[in-house]
Design a protein. Sequence first.
Lengths: 581, 365
Amino acid sequence: MADVTMTPVVRARGGVDAELWLKRALILIVSAWLVAVVVLPLFQLLSKSLLDNDGNFVGLVNYIEYFRTPALRDSIGNSLFVSLTTTVISVSLGFLFAYALTRTNIRFKGAFRSIAMMPLFTPTLLNGIALIYLFGRKGLITQGFFGAIPGFDIGLYGATGIIISEVIFTFPQAMLILSVALRMTDARLYEASDSLGASKVRTFFTVTIPGIKYGLISAVFVCFILAFTDFGAPKVVGGNFNILATDIYKQVIGQQNFVMGAVVSVVLLVPTVLAFIVDRIAQRRQVALIQAKSVPLVPKPEKLKDGIYQGFCTFIALLILGFFATAIYASLVKVWPYTLDLGFWHYEFRGTGGGGYEALFNSVRMALYSAVIGTAITFASAYLIEKSRGMNGLRQASYFLSIMPLALPGLVIGLSYIFFFNAPGWEFFGITVPNPLNWMYGTMAILVLSNIVHFYSVSFLTATTALKQLDREFETVSESLGVPFYVTFFRVTVPVCLPAVLEVAMYYFVNSMATVSAVIFLYSADIPLASVAIANMDDAGDIAPACAMGVLVVFINVVVRLLYSLLTKGVKRRTQLWAVR
Amino acid sequence: MTSASQDYLRVEGVTKRFGTFTALDNVSFGAKKGEFISILGPSGCGKTTMLRAVAGLERQDEGRVLLSGQDVSHLPVSKRHVGIVFQSYALFPNLSARSNIAYGLKRSMKSRSAVNERVDELLKLVGLKGLGSKYPGQLSGGQQQRVALARAMALSPNLLLLDEPLSALDAQVRVMLRTEIRAMTQRLGLTTIMVTHDQEEALTMADRILVMKDGELVQNGTPSEIYDEPESPFVASFIGSMNFIRGSYNRDTGTFSKGSVRVRVDRQARSLKGEVLAAIRPEDVLVSTNGEQGPNVFEVDVRNVEYRGPIYRLALDLPLGHTETAPLIAEMPAEKVRRLNMTSDSRVKVILPSERVRLFHAEQV
Ligand SMILES: Nc1ncnc2c1ncn2[C@@H]1O[C@H](COP(=O)(O)OP(=O)(O)O)[C@@H](O)[C@H]1O
Ligand SMILES: [Mg+2]
């Protein structure tokens, strides 16, 4: 190497111990934050279910009462029935759709994929409302397109309506999870199977299904949990068919019976937590499975097969488009089904409750705060948990607490937050400790916080996955060069992970816009929200404005999603310089 | 052996465990100022862990690490004045080569121009003048390696630690960088420890080689000591190749015997007796051209002749009596093989020079 003299360099002094302590303190803060927003509220909920309405400890009395009341008890069977049915339908459709997108040579894959993802941006309340316009008493199908053709009544209100709504809601999730699983399978296995002369059916059961086993398990549990805990659609189309989620709402909002609300919440939690645990075990196995590099499968053209799948995907895509078209149409019709003039009457939100554009604006504000603050917190925590050394116990515990919200339904988060943040203080051995977080109750802060926790796990896993792809030694390099970890975090880690950061922010935004379950317990009259407005307008019978509000929420979410695509494209172009390795 | 007081780096009885697994088992060695040391061993034997313990990235469970006679066991990496090049290079992909190299400088140098000057100097040092504005992804493997090296050198370390720095490069670049790195550390008088699993790399670059196996240091010596005087069959076969024949040794007569074969062994075979392993390197097996006779001359069958460019590799069968044979590999200059017209299934006489035969404890395997 070239002959040059070396300038002596004076090294920066000190700071190392301080830095180590800072890192430890930050990890402690992360753990404390997770305990404060996940564990303590849940604990509060659990203990509430063991008290009577006056706050005296009564043990399992409330549970005994619950199981003695048929109207409440029957909801368990109902909930299980609709969510299991939904899961079977959604996973089957999701599998076929994902299979078409990954293993066939059909055309318009990109468009199909985008259309199939539309329900992800939709408040589930809107699913119910659109179904009413299609299959309700005066629905498009029920009345045969305003009498043009013979009508057909499917008996929407009740289990049927709930199942259809939940299938629409969960189908994209199943489709996405299974697409990833199908894309990961190794082509060499198929070549081996082919070369052994295995039949198509045999290959399907010995290679395809085992290959996506863990994806399938995951899809089943995600669909089950989502359908089991959703509240929006059942509220609109459930009729007299009681399920756990609507029971909680009725107990708390309708009868102001917080204790029974807590009991139902715990009942709702049991299967969810079980599903969560089974799924976690399955996912851990999978990690071991996918470490070897696999060869991606390139589907061969097959006329008949491709034709069938083309037809299937077109059919599903048209159904989804028709569904949204109905919602938009219905929101524009003057008086359904009598005066079919089109216009923006229902978008004026005059003479209806709910808060109109103020609610919409609040929702956007809340979604924005959730996106910005949520992304920052999620990413920083994931970084500290994933990239630190030492404090292993605390980091593992924090990891577990970070994925636990996956098992927490929005309603449960909402209700436990009422209990936790509304509590004036706690008594420990006769000493009263005032609640330092009490000020948050009824403010925007608690809404944002509930959203961050509600959507924390998926964001956290996205961030962790992105961080895992960085070289393990980045931290060591900066340590050996005497550069503090936070400098490297901002100069290297965040820029390199920017695509994941944007994805997490987008995820927080659209979900915070659409969700109703957690916030419906937490919003205050001064801060009306769009999704809550949909629920309230629907309650009051103002279905058309409710539908209009739902359409606006979807519209904003789609715009944000497009913005995200543009940004991502820009980032990709900029990072292409250094993406090659 | 070097005396401890002279050593810049001393590692004393270092043990490192991961759970119940012992990654380093009571390892001790030293390095003089300016010395180039290679840690050589099969993958998973603890080389990287050793380097990380020296760097201060991994805290040993037992033992001490000393630099200039001072115990630095409790010091973090940033206070040990070491430069590290990682196996993956760990270059920051979103920063240009310049920014990568300047990464640690910004905190220690006052002015931007001083940093720039230093970076220019380092770019020149590693032969990357003019490539400073490129991103790592735009550089070849060898160039990335140079950036990593420049970054490690930026703070003028007293000790340079290289973890398999050349393993990801193709053969030609590797050979070139070998010479360049060695020349650079020599010129700067920089104490260097390089981990490698490539014996050729270790033999050509190092002043001293530490051979590791299963977390233990099994031999510490100069390249020629390691090659010519391996202390165990493991070292003998890990560095270069070696023929082994299991048999018995008679200390009184100084002969090794197996079946009908008797081999005179000149080397003092210390405390050996009973069952032993006789060992000879393939290049030490000679072909008898003028009908020598003697205790170490044997008639062998040529089983296979393999062309290897400048040399031939011969697979021989050494008859041990009746039907038993021992396989023997020999390497010979191509010219000689052609001249003697050695082909498969021919018979030749070979000499196992008594001073080139070594003996090991049979149970040492
Ligand atoms: N952080 C760690 N935790 C647990 N085991 C480790 C860790 N680092 C290394 N090991 C184990 O220690 C052994 C030696 O590793 P390493 O020093 O990287 O080997 P080498 O560099 O010689 O290939 C390996 O078996 C490895 O699995
Ligand atoms: Mg290694």
